[in-house]
Design a protein around this ligand. Structure first.
Ligand code: AMP
Length: 431
């Protein structure tokens, strides 16, 4: 098995890695680091949780140990573009951790906060700048920074940049960089627009692909729970009340939905907070910190807000609403399987979402096991799924094979006494 030392990394980095408790490189690190140290461009197909941050941060830091020159005022040496503020913080933290034994200057720039400190940080010159594209363009346009000294460009989570409409900004930024540079592009998926961007930005890249969707997904104990829309809240409170749930990320499709669910949880006695793009940077950082230190057990998030959340020890991911894009399902549930950990992913599926579930199962090439052992199980929806029908009760046979049960759509959400309040699936595997 390869070690970090065998990859050729400098000693200050090896010390930092061992202080962090990293013993062996992850597959993306083992594959990408030698290529990057050799100066190649790399196209990395890897999702979050694979160790991709260290895969690009370590070679950049290694360069800084070899070349002691530091960035001139107003210039940048390594530029890392990320789609969200949270990811910027996470990536910059990674540089902080791995580069703790090296003297160099780094900073972050992102929107939603005052520009002053960012401008000051850049005026001194930066060896590593982690930036979201929008704010960086503002600062470039105002002449606060020059990119003509950049030697390495990293694009992280390029597919998310695409989702967020950042590709024109990325191209504009790239046009300010020297042609002679090293470029790295990481993306969990490779839609055509990203493949096009890659061929525009990268020169003869080495393609490094790890963790095909299935292998991360395989480590996660996935369950689907069929439930009517109006019973989802009750089911969520039941699930989160279980003591095995240490840290849960609950996904909703909209910001408004995230707020509502967080409020309802708080009312039911589950400590929860919402995190999404409408919140101020401070409020988001506070919510993340409370989640990290255990004050808040459930973080309710939208897909985009959750991208940069780097919290280890997330025991459960709950899809309160199923995502429309199947890839988002993989991203979401991956939040509970960071750095090789196992986790539990529960998906609430109502009648409207059965078709999303089918798409997800096609994408992950698995059938998600059904968890019927909970108080709010809606059998007609389960049957819609298994029969491939679109309407509750099964459309092929006019009356359906069995009568819909009581706890289905249209019924008030009165809690039946017969079923256990704590669903069996809430227990971690093996306990
Ligand atoms: P990333 O995919 O970069 O978001 O990393 C996922 C998580 O894996 C982070 O929490 C890292 O701290 C952790 N990690 C990265 N590389 C290693 C490694 N070689 N050994 C153990 N943990 C790692």
């Amino acid at each position: 098995m390869t070690t970090f030392a065998e990859l050729g990394l400098a000693e200050p980095l090896l010390f930092a890695l061992s202080a962090e408790g990293y013993t062996t490189p992850t597959p993306i690190q083992a594959a990408a680091i030698p290529q990057l140290l050799a100066g190649h461009d790399v196209l990395g197909i890897a999702q979050t949780g694979t160790g991709k941050t260290a895969a690009f941060a370590l070679p950049i830091l290694h360069r800084l140990t070899e070349d002691k020159r530091r960035a001139a005022p107003g210039t940048v040496r390594a530029l890392v573009l990320v789609p969200t503020r949270e990811l910027a913080v996470q990536v910059a933290d990674g540089f902080g951790t791995y580069g703790r034994n090296i003297r160099y200057r780094r900073a972050m720039v992102f929107g939603g906060v005052g520009q002053g400190p960012q401008v000051r940080a850049m005026s001194g010159g930066l060896d590593v700048l982690v930036a979201t594209p929008g704010r960086l363009i503002d600062l470039l346009d105002q002449g606060h920074v020059r990119l003509d000294q950049v030697t390495t460009l990293v694009l992280d989570e390029a597919d998310r940049m695409l989702d967020m409409g950042f590709i024109p900004a990325v191209r504009k930024i790239a046009s300010k960089l020297p042609v002679k540079r090293q470029t790295l592009l990481f993306s969990a998926t490779m839609p055509k627009a990203i493949a096009d961007l890659a061929s525009f930005l990268l020169r003869e890249p080495v393609r490094v692909e790890v963790t095909p969707v299935a292998s991360t997904v395989d480590r996660i104990d996935q369950k689907v729970m069929f439930v009517t829309r109006e019973n989802k809240r009750n089911l969520l409170v039941d699930v989160l009340s279980h003591s095995s749930v240490n840290r849960a990320i609950v996904f909703t499709r909209t910001k408004h939905g995230a707020n509502r669910v967080a409020e309802q949880l708080a009312k039911s006695g589950v400590t929860a907070d919402a995190i999404h793009g409408n919140k101020s940077q401070n409020a988001r950082q506070r919510a993340l910190e409370a989640f990290r230190n255990g004050e808040v057990r459930a973080l309710v998030a939208t897909d985009i807000a959750a991208r940069g959340i780097d919290v280890d020890g997330v025991t459960h991911v709950v899809n309160f609403e199923l995502p429309v894009e199947p890839e988002s399902y993989v991203h979401r549930i991956g939040r509970t399987a960071r750095a090789g950990a196992d986790g539990i992913a529960l998906s609430f599926c109502d009648a409207e979402e059965v078709s999303y579930l089918r798409q997800i199962e096609k994408t992950i090439r698995q059938t998600v096991p059904i968890e019927p052992d909970h108080a709010w199980h809606a059998e007609p929806i389960a049957r819609m799924h298994t029969s491939g029908d679109r309407r509750p009760g099964g459309g092929a046979a006019p009356r359906g094979p069995a009568k819909p049960q009581g706890r289905t759509s249209g019924k008030p959400a009165g809690k039946p006494a017969a079923k256990p309040a704590v669903p069996a699936h809430a227990r971690p595997r093996g306990k």
